[in-house]
Design a protein around this ligand. Structure first.
Ligand code: TYD
Ligand code: MG
Length: 454
């Protein structure tokens, strides 16, 4: 028997090369080429087939732009991340670590939707029995929830064609395989082909399709990057599996804002939306402690209050710098700025910084609170209670404004905070009743003002 011809395809961009090489010829990323069986792509699978019916030139202004009708899933926090609900013909990709709650959330959403819409849950990972048991445990109304345990793409497509549900969940895209291709389920070619075919079906028939995707160890969606380009919306489910909080974050949304988040708590009755999450990342101290500083961060349109904790301790040997939930490179930078512009020396100290509650904070507006928590721990003096801090720190020692400063201040005031140390440029034009604003321009000024506070 002739040996199957193999090629090497990139797990990032899907480009292929006849021979193995260290760097992908398509996207230039290293070590992403994996051996796959060469496929003659079936004639019908042009990636642009979904657009086939819309040929003909038009002026943009002639096209009637209507707001898409949204189909709310009935799970408020999920709808929020989606930008208001599902859109007919839209394809959503939901990625996340194993066990984070993807299947649970989608089962809950489908059960809610099944009251008024036709829905179909396609499972390639769990048997009907397992899903039924979970639904019973969650006390869901599943009388109208249709289930298909299948991994063959062609069978799924024909079922979707004949059943014509309004919403279909595919759990997960990595388990599907098309019999047009000979490579294994989960391979680049299969994932790409299955996603493209399902997307085409969604666009043609107006079915909402929600795909579940696995993530790699690095936290990116497994499979080719093209997957993210094919679909309309990419949502990430994140959270610390040790805590019960889960965030759904929109990283791409053709029908809404990105970086919008939905917040859930995992309970023994499944995922429950958290309506007022802004205070959930504050730890409850009986009294003020050194090294703790409350930051108001902004996630999408939502301000969140997060406690930043620092511990500065005499180093033995090489000083260590460690961050949890914050950028370690940025910590090194902040320590250098602190030294050069405020004369605070940490090079003989270990510095540990933690964002409480397992949140990841990427925005630079966290800089000032990280800095002040370090100063507080180093001097062993606690910051005043009821103080919030935000602001970006520049290499020249300047404190730069954070976006949406007013909303951050309002949220803090709402939660009972009475003081804020913020960048000068974020200073509100009208004073907020019962709220003192300390506006600072430079790092040394911030440290100086801190000393004056009780
Ligand atoms: P699951 O939805 O199967 O995760 P995924 O599909 O993302 O892999 O979630 C399973 C986890 O959720 C499992 O660790 C148990 C937990 N869980 C609860 O805590 N409460 C519940 O009511 C359910 C159904 C699951
Ligand atoms: Mg699952």
């Amino acid at each position: 028997m002739a040996k199957a011809k193999t090629i090497y395809s990139c797990t990032e961009c899907g480009a292929s090369a006849p021979k193995w090489q260290g760097q992908c010829p398509g996207c230039g990323v290293w070590n992403t080429l994996v051996e796959t069986i060469a496929e003659n792509a079936p004639a019908s699978t042009s990636r642009f087939a979904a657009l086939g019916g819309t040929a003909g030139l038009q002026t943009l202004s002639e096209i009637e732009a209507r707001e898409e009708d949204r189909l709310p899933t009935g799970i408020g926090e999920f709808d929020r991340a989606l930008g208001g609900g599902l859109v007919a013909g839209g394809v959503v990709l939901l990625g996340g670590d194993p066990g984070i709650g993807k299947s649970t959330l989608l089962l809950q959403a489908l059960a809610e939707l099944s009251g008024a819409s036709h829905v179909l849950y396609v499972s390639g990972e769990e048997s009907g029995q397992q899903i039924a048991m979970r639904a019973r445990r969650l006390s869901l109304d599943t009388k109208k929830l249709k289930l298909l345990a299948e991994i063959n793409l062609e069978k799924i497509l024909s079922t979707l064609h004949s059943v014509k549900p309004q919403v279909a969940v595919i759990d997960s895209i990595q388990t599907l395989w098309s019999d047009q291709l000979s490579s294994a389920p989960g391979s680049v070619a299969q994932v790409r082909e299955c996603a493209a075919q399902l997307t085409r079906l969604a666009k043609q028939t107006g079915i909402n399709i929600i795909l579940v995707g696995h993530v790699t160890k690095e936290g990116a969606l497994a499979g080719p990057r093209v997957l993210e380009h094919i679909v309309d919306t990419v949502l990430y489910f994140e959270g610390d599996t040790h805590s019960s909080f889960r965030l759904i974050r929109a990283v791409k949304n053709r029908y809404g804002a990105v970086n919008e988040i939905g917040v859930f708590a995992m309970t023994d009755k499944g995922l429950k939306g958290v309506n007022n999450p802004s205070a959930m990342f504050l730890s409850q101290h009986g009294q003020e402690v050194p090294g703790s500083c409350v930051l108001v961060t902004q996630e999408g349109t939502r301000p969140l209050l997060v406690e930043i904790q620092a511990l500065v301790d005499q180093a033995h040997g090489n000083p260590r710098r460690l961050t949890v939930g914050l950028d370690a490179q940025r910590l090194a930078m902040l320590l250098a700025v602190l030294h050069r512009h405020a004369g605070i020396v940490c090079f003989d100290q270990d510095v540990f910084v933690n964002a409480v509650g397992g949140v990841k904070i990427v925005e630079p507006a966290a800089d000032l609170s990280v800095m002040l928590s370090i100063v507080s721990s180093l001097k062993n003096r606690s910051l005043p209670s009821k103080l919030i801090v935000f602001g970006e720190v520049g290499l020249a020692g300047e404190i730069r404004p954070a976006p949406r400063g007013q909303e951050r201040l309002k949220e803090a005031a709402k939660l009972g905070f009475t003081r804020a140390m913020i960048p000068e440029a974020n200073k509100p034009r009208h004073p907020i009743a019962g709220f003192e604003v300390i506006a600072v321009r430079r790092v040394d000024e911030a440290v100086e003002r801190l000393r004056e506070l009780d």
